[in-house]
Design a binder for this molecule. Structure first.
Ligand SMILES: Nc1ncnc2c1ncn2[C@@H]1O[C@H](COP(=O)(O)OP(=O)(O)OP(=O)(O)O)[C@@H](O)[C@H]1O
Length: 310
């Protein structure tokens, strides 16, 4: 569905995207994760034909993004950041107008709008003026707009940024349902580690315009970080002895050991008689930290409190 070769975009001396080779198969749900300025939006904007690459190439839905822009656009939906500001039309009319803009007949556009209103839970929005909708309602309407022409592939650029946790959960559920019901291929960008972790079967981590990791969340965590087993003792002497016996690292009254299978190791280490045993599962942020030496949570635009559990 997507195939890029050394896809590159420079803005003067900024290498926004620096030679990306990416393949996405039909039906996949892929999250592109990375800090501010990593090149996520620029990648999406090239794949959706909004800006041309500086070099390299990309095929989307079987067509080259430079030579066959129209063919690509007819087959994709794109929901950018901050779509749909200040519309005076009602939600349903907005959807129908969008369908007409894609060349659909009035009847087909109406039927499709009603289907989307039903499947995206937009009944309460259909007859309201778009400018009066809440952020969450508006974002769901944006998604319906991106889907009006039944695209095979949907790009979502930070769909849940700015939404409260409840609206975000709601939106995630809608995206997952969309995929289950229509088999739509979905590529989304996000700052939210938990979103990438829970929704996507494949996470692509981008930093400085390059792909630095590409795998399932589970594999990324297992391969790059592993579980940590933390044994607690009454004092450093007990910890020192356990560190010798287990090959772990002593930190005061604690011993830390990394493993592919934390629970199994913890069960084995219980024989050393610690006062406490804790198994800490890695997060995608730990993966990012291991790969880059930096934390994604330092990212200023992503509220700290919402990134606690990945
Ligand atoms: N039109 C432009 N002109 C000049 N520089 C640009 C332009 N668009 C993006 N950049 C730069 O390219 C780099 C990548 O930006 P991009 O928006 O793709 O990052 P991002 O990963 O989507 O970040 P965010 O999470 O903040 O949206 C940044 O350094 C950005 O400042």
């Amino acid at each position: 569905m997507i195939e890029t070769r050394e896809l590159t975009k420079h803005f003067k001396d900024v290498r926004a995207v620096d030679g990306i080779n990416l393949t996405v198969a039909r039906g996949e749900l892929v999250a592109i994760l990375g800090p501010n300025g990593a090149g996520k939006s620029t990648t999406l904007r090239m794949l959706t034909t909004l800006i041309p690459p500086t070099s390299g190439s990309a095929e989307v839905a079987g067509f080259d993004v430079v030579r066959h822009q129209r063919e690509v656009r007819l087959r994709i939906g794109y929901i950018g950041q901050g779509n749909g500001a200040g519309h005076s039309q009602r939600g349903r009319d907005e959807l129908i107008s969008q369908g007409r803009a894609y060349g659909m007949g009035v009847r087909a556009a109406r039927t499709r709008a009603d289907e989307l209103i039903e499947s995206l839970g937009l009944a309460e929005v259909a007859n309201r003026t778009v400018s009066t909708l809440s952020g969450g309602q508006r974002r769901r309407l944006d998604i319906a707009m991106g889907l009006i022409h039944a695209p095979e592939l949907l790009f979502l650029d930070e769909p849940s940024t700015g939404l409260d946790p409840q609206n975000r959960a709601n939106l995630q559920e809608h995206i997952l349902r969309l995929r289950a019901e229509h088999g739509t291929t979905i590529v989304l960008t996000t700052h939210y580690l938990d979103e990438a972790d829970s929704m996507a079967e494949r996470v692509i981590v981008i930093d400085h315009g390059r792909i630095i990791a590409d795998d399932t969340p589970r594999q990324l965590k297992a391969k790059h970080v592993g579980d940590r087993v933390i044994l607690g003792f009454a004092g450093p002497d007990g910890a020192a002895e356990a560190a010798r016996a287990s090959g772990g690292e002593q930190r005061g009254a604690q011993v830390r050991i990394t493993s592919d299978d934390g629970p199994r190791l913890a069960a084995r280490l219980a024989a050393l008689g610690p006062d406490s045993i804790e198994v800490v599962r890695p997060t995608l942020d730990d993966v990012f930290l291991t790969l880059t030496g930096r934390s994604l949570r330092e990212d200023a635009s992503a509220p700290e409190s919402e990134l606690v559990e990945a």
